[in-house]
Design a protein around this ligand. Structure first.
Ligand SMILES: [Zn+2]
Length: 693
């Protein structure tokens, strides 16, 4: 790993380990993880609140009985600025469980759990005491993570698992059901990523790379989320019976013939970083180039030529005028997909674009992602076989096809390719003066044993694993390049909620996963809770932009209605979108959002009511030195129904007499006896500046 990545990077702080008589607490930014008389963490505090309803526990049944723990302890093994290691021990009649738990400075906790039959003690071996005869049959090995209900109201999980809900009203679409309000218990097949949070930022994000040694009776109940009134239990059913790999080898005594069973999994408590008060430091224009505005080889000419559609300005000046801070060029910025070497002629064009952007204080950020291209000079069959992602089924092979004509296959960042890429991008920063990277990188399961992915069961059958740590290390390396320079890592993760990588990003671009659902089933059929979780930057502590792909009945303007009330905005993908977004950017930027508090329609129900449930009000609220409130209210109708007269009424206890100004239409609104009257088209949106008199 590169040298800088091993250092503690901002906004994180060096780890502090505090040892008490029987407890050890590891403190990282915003969070404290404690260990007591257990091999597992006993307390998880985030932003000052305990989120566990009890210690994380190991449930063991052996020889037909619930195990009695004869010993439970831990000790601090080591502590450094960037990581601390805690070792844990639990012993029952028949088994020993050892854990080695690594807490990293960004708050990631990696748990390595081993279970092994206990052996004979030295005194038993030398005949000073008699060994008790015990059986070594395992009936159950579970890990249970009990969370207080208020910190597990919402959930998101990576798609790909088979999910079963305990009632029939749950959504059936795989993407839509992967995220929302946690209303009922659910179970699923092996799941690499699951996050649960409050209606805000605090929560618990679980991850697991491999199902190796997991043997639940029912594969579709490997993980359970049990919802009760007081708590939510995240249950990992590691074993529901005796492990099939434990067979006696040769004639050695039974216990000695067993190898340890190992399990790796982990978690991060959220929020991962200081939660920005929805302040928007960046306004991003994200252009595919070859789709809309012409080939990149002539793109600098297009951008530099004054045009009627830009009011006689050139495109650079139009960007500046609209408030763009950052230009992202999609994959076509380079001839070779996802590569850091740029052809000679193209380099001249890109350098020119970067120079023009920088002259206007606009950042230039190019595309990177998940592929390796057949056009690349590096292509070597042996090398490619080591770095490529191998799907579990032959039908799963995929190679993106684009111009200039090439095929681009998926790489797996568990391989060393991540280090090649980090160093390549480091050179590119110096060569071209880019200001960040856009990373198009969902997590894909892989069985390529050449770089350590996949595992084999007792019958030799190959199963996939998920490169959680590989992707995290890639982001960490990129972060070591861009964070110290004030650059941008903009992460696009598809249908994944890859929290282990998110400490090392600056923004996310999300929503591509629901594009096809919207096309086929309509945007109005996505529950608002889906948007509420995926568009909230609070658990990750970074801003979110929404991916809009337009269809005849789903437009950029309509997408404003679902995003703005959830604290995000659609990201413009062409210059025409700039005309729509510009007044919204300016309305929000003219309000002191950094000093204000943000309340979504889910948080502010005591303070504001509307005459129809269809219309939702979220707002930033700022109180001035006189004690007078001003609000930037983002109000929308995220439905297909038209509403001609909607009343919005604020509680007297919340705000006194006020004036209201429509910041998009640019007109004063009539307030009648403290009530606002508004009308909405389908998916209509208003931004209203409210000032207490
Ligand atoms: Zn792999």
């Amino acid at each position: 790993m590169c040298e800088n990545a091993s250092k503690v990077m901002k906004p994180f702080k060096p780890i502090e380990a505090v040892e008490g008589d029987t407890t050890t607490t590891i403190k990282v930014w915003g969070r404290e993880y404690s260990f007591g008389e257990s091999a597992m963490p006993t307390s998880v505090i985030t932003q000052g609140e305990e989120i566990l309803s009890g210690p994380i526990r190991i449930i063991l049944e052996e020889n037909g009985e619930p195990a009695t723990w004869l010993h439970k302890s831990h000790y601090l093994m080591s502590t450094e600025a960037d990581k601390a290691v805690v070792c844990g021990i639990q012993k029952s009649d028949a088994f020993v469980i050892n854990t080695a738990i690594t807490v990293e400075y960004d708050g990631l906790v990696g748990i390595n759990l081993k279970m092994v039959p206990k052996g004979s003690t030295a005194s038993e071996i030398f005949g000073h005491s008699k060994s008790k005869k015990v059986g070594f049959e395992v009936n159950k090995l579970w890990v249970e993570i009990p969370l207080k209900r208020e910190f597990a109201m919402m959930y998101q999980m990576a798609t790909g698992s088979t999910v079963n809900f305990e009632d029939e009203n749950a959504p059936s679409d795989a993407v839509v059901q992967s995220c929302g309000a946690l209303k009922r218990s659910m179970s699923m097949s092996f799941a690499p990523l699951i996050t649960v949070t409050e209606n805000g930022s605090r929560g618990f994000s679980y991850f697991c790379e491999s199902g190796k040694n997991w043997e639940p009776t029912d594969e579709n109940r490997a993980v359970e989320i049990v919802v009760t009134e007081e708590e939510v239990i995240l249950r990992l059913r590691l074993l529901d019976g005796h492990p099939s790999s434990w067979v006696q080898r040769g004639n050695s005594p039974l216990a000695n013939s067993y190898f340890p069973l190992t399990y790796h999994f982990g978690f991060l408590a959220t929020p991962l970083r200081p939660v920005e008060k929805m302040a928007r430091k960046r306004r991003i224009l994200h252009i595919a180039g070859h789709h809309e505005e012409g080939e990149i080889d002539t793109y600098d000419t297009f951008l530099a030529t004054p045009s009627e559609k830009f009011g006689g300005k050139n495109a650079y000046d139009r960007m500046k005028e609209a408030g763009v801070t950052t230009l992202i060029l999609h994959e076509a910025w380079n001839t070779t997909q996802n590569f850091w070497e740029v052809p000679v002629k193209r380099k001249r064009v890109i350098k020119n674009i970067i120079r023009e952007c920088h002259a206007r204080d606009i950042e230039f950020v190019p595309y990177f992602g998940y592929e390796i291209s057949t056009i690349g000079s590096y292509w070597d069959d042996e090398k490619v076989s080591e770095i490529i992602r191998v799907p579990k089924d032959e039908d799963g092979w995929f190679g993106w096809y684009r111009e200039p004509f090439q095929r681009d296959y998926i790489v797996c960042y568990r391989s060393d390719w991540k280090n090649t890429m980090i160093e390549g991008i480091r050179k590119l920063v110096d060569e071209l003066d880019i200001d960040g990277v856009y990373m198009d990188l969902g997590m894909t399961e892989c069985v390529n044993e050449k770089h350590g992915c996949g595992y084999r069961d007792k019958d030799g059958k190959l199963h996939p694993t998920f490169p959680v740590y590989g992707i995290r290390e890639l982001f960490k390396g990129l972060y070591s390049i861009f964070q110290p320079r004030g650059g941008l890592i903009d992460s696009h993760q598809g249908a994944q909620c890859n929290f282990p990588s998110r400490p090392f990003i600056h923004s996310t671009y999300t929503g591509e996963e629901i594009v096809w659902f919207i096309r086929d089933s309509g945007a109005e059929n996505i529950p608002l809770d889906y948007y509420n979780f995926t568009l909230s930057g609070k658990p990750s502590g970074v801003p979110v932009d929404f991916v809009i792909v337009e269809y005849p009945d789903w437009t950029f303007s309509m997408a404003l209605a679902v995003t703005i009330i959830n604290g995000a905005l659609p990201r413009p993908r062409m210059f025409a979108h700039l005309d729509i977004i510009e007044p919204y950017w300016k309305a929000i930027d003219s309000f002191p959002t950094e000093k204000a508090e943000w309340y979504t329609f889910k948080d502010n129900t005591d303070w504001v009511k509307t005459s129809t449930d269809d219309v939702k009000v979220s707002f930033h609220v700022h109180t001035d030195l006189r004690g007078k409130k001003s609000l930037l209210a983002c109000i929308s109708n995220p439905t297909r129904r038209v509403h001609d007269d909607v009343t919005v009424t604020f509680a007297d206890s919340f705000i006194g007499d006020y004036t209201a100004y429509d910041a998009i239409a640019g007109e004063e609104l009539k307030v009648q006896q403290g009530v606002l009257h508004l009308s909405f088209e389908e998916f209509g949106t208003k931004v209203i500046h409210i000032s207490e008199l």
